[in-house]
Design a protein around this ligand. Structure first.
Ligand code: NAD
Length: 334
């Protein structure tokens, strides 16, 4: 039985944001209903960054993503976040596919934040603030544009060229490069940086704002002044992961925010177990660390689409005659 090998280019052609949003929301519901398994991600620190191993089991799908965060990489011409995913048959353990997961990561991160905005932001939100215009910013914009009627997108990055590149990529939207404070004054604000010190100030945040805090996804990372968290309705993707490495990790370690102040998980909000926003004026924060169930949910639709379409490269892992000569064994699924 062949194992599909899906490159970054293949994945690009197989992903669509509306399908990813649907798959991710479905996976969060499956998880909240107890139909998924997801051990917490394992971090492996190196001199230049870190690796994370992220396994999950969903209905009919299992896999693990091996992903890195190397903040110095863009200066070397390499992406900060790079990822590979092994997608397996949960019935037999057979490796069905090995796929690039850089775009899977970016799409599911954008989709999850937009889903959080759908449940927590004001429904008439029309301005989106993006702080950090790297890889993740593109899919945040794409996903929010699917769910909201965006009139203006305000972008800030310490590298103006990054913000300009983002604006050029979306000529159909009104994307403006602006100051940090201006980007912070939007209906929905997404923080998407590699910062380790808070830069988003409480005094800038307008009543009714929803913030997706995405950048802090490992111990010691932080983007928001803790005063924001203390006043806001704080929702996390996963409590243990958020406490270990999400936006709340540093404030909790410093004793200025308590685990008990976390209002809910996104799954509890989506399934109606807990209420979302209190009123039009409250500030809401979604603390995103990234869940393996989101990756496997997207891998599931990618795999099914690739199998249905056919013509993708594959390898026969279990064929002993192929050992030592993998190149000869490359074939394609008709
Ligand atoms: N929560 C999740 O699920 C999730 C998923 C993927 C990535 N991430 C995290 O999101 C962050 C961004 O990832 P990426 O792939 O877009 O990285 P990237 O390196 O492509 O982009 C980061 C951008 O932030 C800018 N930046 C850095 N510090 C800044 C600051 N103080 N103010 C404004 N801009 C600043 C950089 O110039 C760069 O353009 C990383 O920390 C990454 O680990 C989180």
């Amino acid at each position: 039985m062949p194992t599909l090998l899906l490159s970054k280019n293949d994945i690009k052609g197989l992903l669509s944001m509306p399908a990813v949003i649907e798959a991710v929301e479905q996976a969060i519901r499956e998880h909240a209903a107890g139909h998924a398994r997801m051990p917490h991600k394992v971090y492996l620190d190196t001199e230049s960054g870190d690796f994370r191993a992220m396994p999950a089991l969903l209905l009919g799908a299992a896999g693990v993503k091996w992903v890195c965060a190397y903040p110095g990489n863009p200066a070397k011409g390499l992406p900060n976040v790079m990822a590979t995913l092994i997608y397996s048959d949960p019935g037999t353990g057979y490796p069905l596919a090995i796929m690039d997961a850089m775009d899977i990561t970016a799409y599911r991160t954008g989709a999850t934040a937009a889903i959080a905005s759908k449940y927590l932001a004001r429904r008439d939100s029309a301005t989106l603030g993006l702080i950090g215009a790297g890889q993740q910013a593109y899919t945040q914009l794409m996903a929010h544009a699917e769910l909201f009627r965006l009139k203006k997108i305000k972008v800030f990055d310490i590298l103006p060229a990054a913000a300009e590149r983002l604006a050029r990529a979306f000529p159909q939207h009104q994307v403006e490069f602006c100051s940090l404070q201006e980007a912070a004054q939007a209906d929905i604000v997404c923080t998407l940086t590699t910062a380790r010190k808070p830069f988003l100030k409480r005094q800038w945040i307008l009543a009714g704002t929803h913030i997706n805090a995405v950048g802090a996804d490992a111990p010691g990372k932080q983007e928001l002044e803790p005063e924001i968290l203390k006043e806001a309705t704080v929702v996390v993707d996963d409590i243990k992961q958020a406490v270990a490495g999400g936006e709340v990790n540093v404030p909790i370690t410093q004793g200025v925010f308590k685990v008990e102040q976390i209002h809910a998980t996104l799954g509890e909000i989506i399934t109606g177990q807990k209420p979302g926003r209190k009123d039009r004026n409250s500030i809401t924060v979604f603390d995103s660390t990234g869940l393996a169930i989101e990756d496997i949910a997207v891998a599931r639709i990618v795999y099914e689409k690739a199998i249905a379409a056919g013509g993708y490269q594959s390898i026969n892992f279990m064929d002993e005659s192929a050992s030592g000569a993998p190149a000869k064994n490359l074939g394609s699924i008709p």
